[in-house]
Design a protein around this ligand. Structure first.
Ligand code: PEP
Ligand code: MN
Length: 349
């Protein structure tokens, strides 16, 4: 890290910083400029954090050269993480992108869920998603059918062979959820619920971590770091849009650039969720494709057998016939992309 001292910093201020660096085993060089003194320091930032040094008298700013996330960083692990399931499905590492589809909430009508699951299976999707515990803005909105919903997901999985995904909101529910589903989801609203991140970090199920409504990319990767720090390295990031100033036509702003940025700085797989990213049915196909073109490892799409009567997020859910059309075109594009990225690039080399 580079520590820039204030122009008014005294010799005493500088010595206090260098003494602390020494005490923590850092190596450093002092450059005394005409106006500012700059200290170039190398050492273990877990023992002396930039945040602590920033509070020292006379310190103007600290520039961190290496990203603060370690386990999630590509510097530490250059090769992509690939998450493999017992049925052979793989996410990441240039494998063919996966699709996770299903209703926002699992509802009481099991047949409705099964219709969606069968359509997902028919279209070659790998995962059935569905909320059992719903993070709703209003306490008066539908909050999820909890264990009944988990039972339905498991039953639909047994009938179709699809893997299942559901959101965890409270670590108290975790062991029950783990009994029913294959993948845990941490929703956008809990991306910095650190205790919950630690709890899923101790589980042996892969975790989809959704980007928070106002998470920077660095904060997002540090949230993944929390999960990994507790032992679970099977983290799948999910870009689901961030809140910005213009909500006139879209619910969120889907940050498509975050995908190649994250691919550059992290080895973790990342998928896109254009349903929550845009809040609009007609935007799901173009934004899913946009995410895949820039390298996403999969898509998450909300599908409902009767969106007009859905208990949550009906407006952004695809009805089954539209889903089949959209998924058919996404599959074609994925086949083409996969061919170009594997066969063609192999020939060129
Ligand atoms: C969801 O996947 O249904 C959901 C609530 O997503 P997010 O956390 O991205 O809003
Ligand atoms: Mn939803």
């Amino acid at each position: 890290m580079i520590i820039v001292m204030e122009r008014t910093a005294t010799e005493n201020n500088i010595q206090k910083v260098t003494k602390t660096l020494e005490e923590h085993g850092f190596k450093f060089m002092i450059n005394r400029g005409e106006i500012h003194t700059v200290i170039d320091a190398f050492g273990d930032k877990t023992t002396l954090t930039p945040g602590r040094l920033a509070a020292f008298e006379g310190v103007k700013e600290i520039k961190v050269i290496r990203e603060p996330f370690r386990l999630a960083s590509r510097d530490r692990q250059p090769e992509d993480t690939v998450i493999e399931f017992s049925n052979g499905v793989k996410i990441g590492g240039g494998n063919r992108p996966v699709a996770m589809v299903g209703p926002c909430s699992v509802e009481k009508d099991y047949d409705g869920l099964l219709k969606v699951a069968l359509a997902a299976k028919e279209m070659g999707c790998e995962f059935l998603r569905g909320g059992a515990f719903k993070p709703r803005t209003s306490p008066y909105d539908f909050q999820g059918y909890e264990e009944l919903a988990l039972k339905y997901l498991k039953r639909a999985s047994e009938e179709t062979g699809l893997l299942t995904v559901t959101e965890v909101m409270d670590s108290a529910d975790l062991s029950m959820i783990c009994d029913y589903v294959d993948v845990l989801q941490i929703g956008a609203r809990n991306v910095q619920n650190f205790k919950l991140l630690h709890a899923v970090g101790k589980c042996n199920k892969p975790v989809i971590l959704k980007r928070g409504l106002a998470s920077t990319i660095r904060e997002f990767l540090l949230a993944a770091e929390h999960i990994m720090y507790y032992g679970n390295h099977n983290v799948i990031l999910c870009e689901r849009g961030i809140r910005s100033f213009d909500s006139a036509f879209t619910r969120n702003v889907m940050d498509i650039a975050s995908i190649p940025v994250i691919k550059k700085y992290s080895h973790l797989p990342i998928i896109v969720d254009p349903s929550h990213g845009t809040g609009q049915r007609y935007l799901i196909e173009p934004m899913a494709k946009a995410g895949l073109v820039v390298g996403a490892d999969g898509v998450m799409i909300e599908v409902h057998h009767d969106p007009e009567n859905a208990l949550s997020d009906g407006k952004q859910s695809l009805p089954i016939p539209m889903f089949k059309d959209v998924m058919g075109r996404i599959n074609k594009m994925n086949n083409r992309l996969h061919y170009e990225r594997t066969c063609l690039s192999a020939n060129v080399e």
